[in-house]
Design a protein around this ligand. Structure first.
Ligand code: DSN
Length: 414
């Protein structure tokens, strides 16, 4: 690279990534092949439209690339192409979710009187939901109306009866499940019953768990969901991008075809985006093939094993974990109400301080709200830990025991 300034920055970031223990639950390390596809000449091509229906000439190869990516996406999650559609153009997770709401709500999002409001029933941010599940600071909450739900105060897990009651009262158009800070297995059947009872569609944002689902280490939402969105760069270990899957055969209450596939395609392009990033789509295709290999299955199960060990060790050392532990790749630690260090139940260290202290020691995490947090998102009560990135680097149970010991030492000292 001739640009020395940028080259130095890239080298410095590479060095930083190698040096640290990365416990950011939404990050991972991609393969050289994924990087090669991302850095390829495919970035030079404009391809507005879809395979076989482009607005620019010269798209023969791009058509093949996108078609291959779609095929691999459907195959990886064992979906019948007659039943499911995949759109691989969303640039990342937020545009993917926005495309779904745009597709479902039609052109008029809210009438002036408030009637006909398009309601998104989504988990509250501080309980583990995502901004794009209807939060008021996101376009999803500005254009549409969130029906927020939270976790059970005692178990810190989903209470499906509470959700059912809320859904029946509010009659949302769509129930969104799949979260950014929920360590437990989601009962997809329970979520489907909630959506069905309200006459709503079930949308699952499986961004965090996609790699676990692909590897068989977490139950698949596909048998129950109407729409599934996912980013491709978390446990799935691909480039930064997203996919929207939609059922082709969904009918509305009157029995008319909903054409979710066509509506979502239109919402992505020309609704929200211009030309797709063909280099990114090629890199997703590479990652999907990698995720279909037997080694990835082993990887997905190892992520969960490592997370369980990390959770058990922290718990054993006196740290309060949200919901008591994990079934997935992530753990939410309550650093503020830390039973071991603080018998009064308050006055522990904030998530920000915990994250700062760990970073100084080379362990990278993110501060995170915990359910019913009394502190602010900028300085919340907890930290979120994930094991996908370090599992990619070959770390196993014994390494995560050491990591737990280190974390305890760093956060436990006054
Ligand atoms: N930033 C992602 C995460 O960390 O979970 C969500 O957008």
């Amino acid at each position: 690279m001739k640009d020395i300034q940028v080259k130095k920055l890239i080298e410095a970031e590479k060095k930083r990534q190698k040096k640290v223990i990365n416990l950011i639950a939404s990050e991972n390390y991609v393969s050289k092949d994924v990087l090669e596809a991302l850095g390829s000449e495919l970035t030079n091509k404009y391809a507005e439209g879809y395979p076989g229906r482009r607005y620019y000439g010269g798209n023969e190869i791009i058509d093949k690339t996108e078609t291959l990516c779609i095929k691999r996406a459907l195959e990886l999650f064992k979906l019948d192409p007659n039943e499911w559609h995949a759109n691989v153009q969303p640039l990342s997770g937020s545009p993917a979710n926005l495309a779904v709401y745009t597709a479902l709500s039609g052109s008029r999002t809210q009438s002036a009187s408030g009637s006909g409001t398009f309601k998104i029933m989504g988990m509250k941010l501080d309980h583990g939901g995502h901004l794009t599940h209807g939060h008021k600071v996101s376009a999803s909450g500005k254009f549409w109306t969130q029906v927020p739900y939270g976790l059970d105060a005692t178990t810190e897990t989903i209470n499906y009866d509470q959700l059912m009651e809320l859904a029946m009262n509010e009659k949302p158009a769509v129930v969104v499940s799949g979260y950014t800070a929920y360590p437990r297995i989601i009962d997809w059947i329970g979520m489907k019953e909630v959506a069905n009872a309200a006459g709503a569609l079930l949308m699952v944002d499986m961004s965090h768990i996609a790699g676990l689902v692909a590897g068989g280490a977490y139950p698949s939402p596909f048998p129950y969901a109407d729409i599934v969105t996912t980013t491709t760069h978390k446990t799935l270990r691909g480039p930064r991008a997203a996919i929207v899957f939609a059922r082709k055969d969904k009918r509305d209450k009157a029995g008319n075809p909903m054409e979710l596939d066509k509506k979502i395609d239109k919402a992505v392009f020309p609704g929200l985006q211009g030309g797709p990033h063909a280099n990114q789509i090629a890199a997703v295709a590479v990652a999907l093939k990698e995720a279909a290999a037997p080694a990835f299955k082993k990887y997905a199960f190892q992520i969960v094993k490592n997370a369980r060990v990390l959770a058990d060790e922290l718990h054993r050392r006196g740290w309060r974990l949200i919901s008591g532990g994990t079934d997935s790749h992530l753990i939410l630690v309550d650093t503020w109400n830390n039973g071991k260090k603080n018998s009064q139940g308050a006055g522990g260290i904030s998530g920000k301080e915990a994250s700062d202290r760990l970073e100084k020691a080379g362990i990278i995490v993110n501060k995170n709200t915990i359910p019913f947090d009394i502190r602010s998102p900028a300085d919340p009560s907890g930290i979120r830990l994930g094991t996908a990135a370090e599992t990619t680097r070959g770390r196993k149970e014994k390494d995560f025991k050491m990591i737990a010991k280190k974390i305890d030492g760093i956060l436990g000292s006054q």
